[in-house]
Design a protein around this ligand. Structure first.
Ligand SMILES: NC(=O)c1ccc[n+]([C@@H]2O[C@H](COP(=O)([O-])OP(=O)(O)OC[C@H]3O[C@@H](n4cnc5c(N)ncnc54)[C@H](OP(=O)(O)O)[C@@H]3O)[C@@H](O)[C@H]2O)c1
Length: 386
């Protein structure tokens, strides 16, 4: 044992042979004094029994370690929605796994709700064979922080939070009882919103500031948004309005008022004549088009010469026309943009984004949740509750 340990445990009580690295570890911990004192009491209670010092120290540590301390440092067992292979909804399982403790700059979250997004379906059935299988899907989580790793001071255990999650990593995605994620991808849940509702905000929401940054539109310029009644359109329209950008969007007549409510200045009728409908309202065309309905080339006519087209599901190398710049985007590179997560949270708190209704599913019904998304959710999102 080190001299430090001998002095405080009591040199007369400890045999020189009892020195171990394990005792050094216990002594070096922040609770070392308490452990040392309690270990000495245990030693006295036991009576002098040389060779049992380490046992005394470990018992003292156990007695002084709370459940929270234990869990923050240890892996946790839990269940996760998992794709056992690529394919249809039949590959979805709900299986046991272990989740590691958070490392520096990370937090571990007890997930209460995880939204089901179109991206989840793409990872299950990407249309090409080389995608990793055994993936835990989900890019949107809401829950309670269970523990934080070293260096995390902005967030604390017990706090209700939402997180944007990258499923393509060893730890997997959001649809699990526990997840470990970078603290930068996590913000407190907006006030007055349930965890289930809050779980539909971040992944799709991050796409909105991302798209606006890509367009670099200035106040007074014009953004068109196809699929105006959709979730991404709702967030993008609200984010554009915040920057003073004018918005024109399409919708079925029955949804026109809804889309105006998101903040669209002009709403045109949805249909095959999208580009013509835009030009009727704005003969010079728009500065940029965010194509959330994936209308593709047929929508180019809406964009002015040299304007910007943003596809949301990849593009390949198909050519544009009239100097239009095609700028595909992916959200995976911006999941740790904490300032954008805070922006979205503030927009909900300010009523600029009104979170939609959610349909709730048990984790064992994750396949049904995905089927419901494909069938067309009535202006909401399926959410898995844990
Ligand atoms: N690249 C990225 O980083 C990223 C991030 C998030 C989302 N996305 C993608 O963005 C797309 C939209 O996502 P979302 O969450 O907003 O989905 P969503 O809520 O289903 O919205 C899509 C909207 O488009 C409408 N629509 C479909 N076909 C149309 C057509 N021919 N003309 C006009 N409107 C049409 C839909 O109408 P109904 O309501 O009548 O069905 C729906 O309102 C998805 O493809 C998603 O994968 C990409």
């Amino acid at each position: 044992m080190t001299s430090k340990a001998k002095d405080s445990y009591g040199s007369e009580a400890v045999e020189p042979g009892a020195e171990t690295q394990e005792q050094d570890r216990l002594l070096d911990s922040t609770r070392g004094d308490k452990i040392r004192r309690r270990a000495y009491e245990i030693y006295l209670e036991r009576g002098s029994e040389p060779g049992r010092e380490l046992e005394d120290w470990l018992q003292a540590e156990r007695e002084l370690t709370t459940d929270a301390d234990q869990s923050s440092n240890r892996p946790l067992a839990g269940k996760a929605v998992t794709y056992k292979a690529l394919g249809g909804p039949e590959v979805i399982e709900y299986v046991e796994r272990t989740v590691r403790a958070p490392a520096a700059g990370e937090v571990r979250i007890e997930v209460k709700a995880a939204a089901v997004n179109p991206a989840d379906l793409m990872f299950r059935d990407p249309g090409w064979p080389n995608m990793t299988s055994n993936i835990v899907p989900g890019m949107d989580a809401a829950g309670v922080i269970e523990s934080v790793g070293p260096g995390v001071s902005r967030l604390h255990p017990g706090q209700k939070v939402i997180a944007a999650v990258n499923p393509v990593r060893p730890e997997g995605g959001a649809q699990a009882q526990h997840i470990v994620v970078p603290a930068a991808s996590v913000v407190p849940v907006p006030e007055g919103v349930s965890l289930a509702q809050a779980s539909i905000l971040l992944l799709t929401g991050l796409t909105a500031p991302n798209a606006l940054q890509i367009t670099a539109l200035k106040k007074g310029q014009i953004l068109a948004v196809s699929g105006g009644a959709g979730l991404l359109a709702q967030y993008a329209i609200a984010a554009a309005k915040r920057q003073g950008i004018k918005v024109i969007a399409d919708a079925n007549p029955a949804d026109a008022e809804l889309v105006r409510g998101y903040g669209a200045d002009i709403v045109v009728e949805r249909g095959p004549g999208f580009a013509k409908a835009i030009r009727r309202e704005l003969p010079n065309g728009v500065d940029a088009l965010l194509d959330t309905a994936s209308l593709g080339e047929e929508s180019f006519g809406a964009i002015r010469d040299g304007g910007i087209y943003i596809p949301v599901r990849g593009w390949g190398d198909k050519p544009a026309e009239r100097g239009i710049k095609i700028k595909p985007m992916t959200v995976s590179g911006v999941l740790e943009r904490t300032e954008w997560l805070e922006l979205l949270r503030n927009m909900v708190a300010a009523g600029e984004i009104k979170l939609r209704a959610v349909e709730e599913y048990a984790p064992t019904k994750a396949a049904d949740a995905q089927r419901a998304l494909v069938a067309g959710s009535p202006r909401g999102r399926p959410v898995i509750l844990f």
